[in-house]
Design a protein around this ligand. Structure first.
Ligand SMILES: N[C@@H](CCC(=O)N[C@@H](CS)C(=O)NCC(=O)O)C(=O)O
Length: 239
């Protein structure tokens, strides 16, 4: 299992997950899977990764996750867990040594509420580039995104903390990060112009070891994204 190359329809089903490890079914450029990769890296969890060709999915993958989505986790007992927030919470419970969630029920609920708010931000990262590609005027959408960023900025200002869950990185920061990493790629960096605390948060995040470990170069992102926009995603770009 030493290849990062993606598995497609017709590939042989993998054997059981070795004891002491967890397996991530992923796609190298998926921001949702990146959430799970960040948690695996931050917690130092022993794992293996199998990348999936999402345009031509293996039959065995669809049996494991009928939704056919990455991230999907599998443990040595053959138990399968999918959907990024669920996979991350699962990892938090199974590998409690380095905690990424606050101990109190209210602290945990706050993180979930922040995630709920952030889920309303994510669609802009798709709608704006798509609109531009279709030659539409996306200035109104950009304005809405700036408003959402202003709310996040205000949150940091009110909390007076460096990160969204306190003075150190917690799960919510990792849940939000993958889209901020793609701001430049999506030509949306200017939307951070009026939100200095949020911008500083992105700078702090890019210094984090797990964030650095899960990052691709700008050139790699660009090449993948081009292939994706052309409808022929090159999941194995650069391998
Ligand atoms: N709600 C899911 C979304 C995951 C998702 O959309 N993953 C994309 C890749 S970035 C995927 O697997 N797409 C395959 C497909 O739509 O068939 C999560 O949070 O995990």
């Amino acid at each position: 299992m030493s290849t990062e190359k993606s598995f497609a329809k017709g590939s042989a089903a993998p054997g059981p997950v070795p004891d002491g490890k967890i397996r991530l079914y992923s796609m190298r450029f998926c921001p949702f899977a990146q959430r799970t990769r960040l948690v695996l890296a931050a917690k130092g969890i022993k794992h293996e990764t199998m990348n999936i060709n999402l345009k031509d999915k293996p039959e065995w993958f669809l049996k494991k996750n009928p939704l056919g989505l990455v991230p999907t986790l599998e443990n040595p007992s053959g138990e399968v867990v999918y959907d990024s927030p669920i996979t991350c919470e699962y990892l938090e419970e199974v590998y409690p040594e380095k905690k990424l969630l606050p101990p109190s029920p209210f602290g945990k609920a706050q993180q979930k509420m922040m995630l709920e708010h952030f889920s309303k931000v994510v669609p802009y990262f798709y709608k704006i580039p798509m609109g531009r590609k279709n030659g539409e005027d996306v200035s109104a959408l950009e304005g809405e995104l700036k408003e959402k960023f202003a709310k996040l900025n205000e949150d940091l200002v009110n909390k007076k903390t460096g990160f969204f869950g306190g003075d150190s990185i917690t799960l919510i920061d990792y849940m939000m990060w993958p889209w901020f990493e793609r701001l430049e790629l999506m030509k949306l960096k200017h939307c951070l112009g009026g939100t200095p605390e949020l911008k500083k948060w992105t700078e702090r995040m890019s210094e984090d070891t797990a964030v650095k470990a899960c990052m691709h170069s700008a050139e790699t992102y660009k090449a993948f994204y081009k292939s994706y926009q052309e409808g022929k995603p090159d999941y194995d770009y650069g391998l």
